[in-house]
Design a protein. Structure first.
Length: 412
C-alpha cells in the first residue's frame, strides 16, 4: 500500500508531454488475492478468507485503483481525461480476481467527469473476456499438448535434477510438514503461494514456518517461473500469442487498419491477467528477470513515431516502484518497429493451435460437417441403388412364370 502511494506521486512527477507516443499496450497482473489452493495440514481453511480461495482482496482492489491513478497521471497528455470508447479496449482473463482488478484499475484511470446518477462517482467501462478453457492469450489455459510435453522434458532435465538434489532435504522437510509427500520444483508453488498470502494478511502461521522458510520457498517459486518459459518453444507457445496480438495492434496503428479499435483514434489496449502471463511475455521478449512478478506488476509496449515518420517500440516493466525502460536483446531502447518484429519473430506462432497439436474449433466443425455430408451423400447413394434394384426385380418376369403361361395356352 505504501509503495503504491509512492508510485502514485512518482507518476505525478514523471508525467510529461508525449508527442511521439502513438499507442500503448498495457498488461498487468491482478492485485493481492487469497490463496488459490492449500495443503492438507494447513490449519487455515478457505472459510477463513472472506470470499474464499483465489479472490481479490480489499488490498488488491486498492492496489489497482492506485495503479490506475498512476497511469492516469503518467499518460494524462495522451489519454482523454474521460472514458472514450474509441481510445481504449480492455480485455481480461475470465477469473474474478482479474475482472475485479480491471474494474478497480479503470476506476482509478477514469475518474468520473459526468456521472449517470447523482452521487455515483463511478464511470462504467466495458471489459471483454473469453472462457478460460479457450484462452491462449491471457489465462494461458487453452490445451496445448506440445507445451505440456516440452515442459515435462524440462522437469526431467539435468538442471532440474541437480536443483532437486541440492534441495532434497528441504523438499523432504516441506513434504512432511505439509502432508503432501514428496515435494519438488513442479509442485512447490501451492505451498509457497499459500504461506505468502497468509503472511501478508497476518495469519498465525504453523510453528515450522519462519521468514527463512518463506524466503526459500519464494526463491524456488521464482525458479519454477523461469523453467516454464526458458526455451524458445515454451516462449512461443505461451508468451507468443499475446505478443502477436500486441504486434498486430501496433501494425494496425501504423498502417491505419481498423481492428478492435478504430486505427486513427486507438490509444490503449489494456490486458488484465496473471503472474504467469507477465512472466511469459517478458520471457518472449528476452527481458525476464527470473523473479516471479508481484501483484499489480505491469508490462508496457509503447509505439512511438519520430519526426522522420518512422516508428519505434519502447518496453517498460513496472514491478511496484516505477516503469523501468528495458532493452530487447539485439536492439536499442528505442527499437525500430521493423527490427522489433524481426527480433521477436521466432517466438510468434504462425498457427498456435496447429503448433500445439490441437485443432481449433472452426476446423473441428468443418471436419464434422464434411463427415456428416459424406454420410448423408453415401446414404442417399445406397438407398438409390437399392431402390433401382428392387424396381428392376419387380418389373422383370421370371422365366418359369412365362413358360407356365405358354403351356396353358397350348392346352386350350
Amino acid at each position: 500500500m505504501f509503495l503504491l502511494t509512492i508510485l502514485y506521486f512518482i507518476g505525478v512527477c514523471a508525467s510529461q508531454d508525449l508527442p511521439s507516443l502513438r499507442l500503448v499496450n498495457l498488461l498487468y497482473r491482478h492485485g493481492d488475492r487469497s490463496p488459490v489452493e492449500s495443503y492438507p495440514t494447513n490449519p487455515i481453511t478457505e472459510n477463513d478468507w472472506p470470499q474464499g480461495y483465489g479472490q481479490l482482496t480489499k488490498e488488491g482492489m486498492r492496489e489497482h485503483y492506485q495503479l490506475g491513478q498512476f497511469y492516469r497521471e503518467y499518460y494524462k497528455t495522451f489519454l482523454n481525461a474521460s472514458y472514450d470508447r474509441f481510445q481504449i479496449s480492455v480485455r481480461s482473463s475470465n477469473l474474478d480476481r482479474c475482472l475485479l482488478s480491471a474494474e478497480c484499475h479503470l476506476a482509478g484511470l477514469y475518474p468520473p467527469t459526468d456521472t449517470f446518477l447523482p452521487n455515483v462517482t463511478w464511470q462504467p467501462v466495458p471489459i471483454h473476456t473469453v472462457p478460460e478453457k479457450n484462452d491462449s492469450v491471457l489465462a494461458l489455459q487453452a490445451p496445448c499438448p506440445a507445451y505440456d510435453k516440452a515442459y515435462d522434458d524440462i522437469l526431467h532435465s539435468d538442471i532440474v535434477k541437480e536443483e532437486e538434489k541440492r534441495n532434497k532435504d528441504f523438499y523432504i522437510f516441506v513434504g512432511e510438514k505439509t502432508g503432501l509427500g514428496h515435494e519438488n520444483i513442479s509442485n512447490i508453488w501451492p505451498v509457497a503461494d499459500t504461506l505468502y498470502c497468509e503472511s501478508r494478511h497476518n495469519f498465525s502461521l504453523p510453528s515450522w514456518v519462519n521468514s527463512s522458510i518463506i524466503n526459500k520457498l519464494r526463491t524456488l517459486e521464482s525458479f519454477s517461473f523461469t523453467l516454464m518459459y526458458n526455451t524458445t518453444l515454451l516462449q512461443r507457445l505461451k508468451g507468443g500469442p499475446l505478443l502477436k496480438v500486441m504486434l498486430e495492434n501496433m501494425n494496425n496503428k501504423i498502417n491505419r487498419i481498423n481492428g478492435t479499435l478504430d486505427a486513427e483514434r486507438a490509444r490503449m489496449y489494456m490486458y488484465s491477467a496473471h503472474d504467469t502471463t507477465v512472466a511469459a511475455l517478458l520471457s518472449a521478449l528476452g527481458v525476464f528477470n527470473d523473479i516471479s512478478p508481484p501483484y499489480a506488476a505491469s508490462v508496457i509496449l509503447e509505439l512511438h513515431e519520430d519526426p522522420a515518420n518512422t516508428y519505434y517500440v519502447k518496453v517498460f516493466y513496472n514491478n511496484g516502484s516505477q516503469p523501468m525502460l528495458l532493452t530487447v536483446p539485439g536492439c536499442s531502447e528505442k527499437c525500430p518497429f521493423e527490427k522489433f518484429v524481426q527480433l521477436t519473430s521466432n517466438v510468434i506462432p504462425d498457427n498456435w493451435a496447429k503448433e500445439c497439436g490441437v485443432q481449433d474449433a472452426a476446423a473441428v466443425i468443418l471436419q464434422f460437417s464434411l463427415l456428416m455430408f459424406g454420410i448423408l451423400v453415401g446414404g442417399f447413394v445406397i438407398i438409390t441403388v437399392l431402390f433401382v434394384i428392387i424396381a428392376i426385380k419387380c418389373t422383370r418376369k421370371s422365366p418359369r412364370t412365362k413358360y407356365s403361361l405358354v403351356a396353358q395356352e397350348d392346352i386350350n
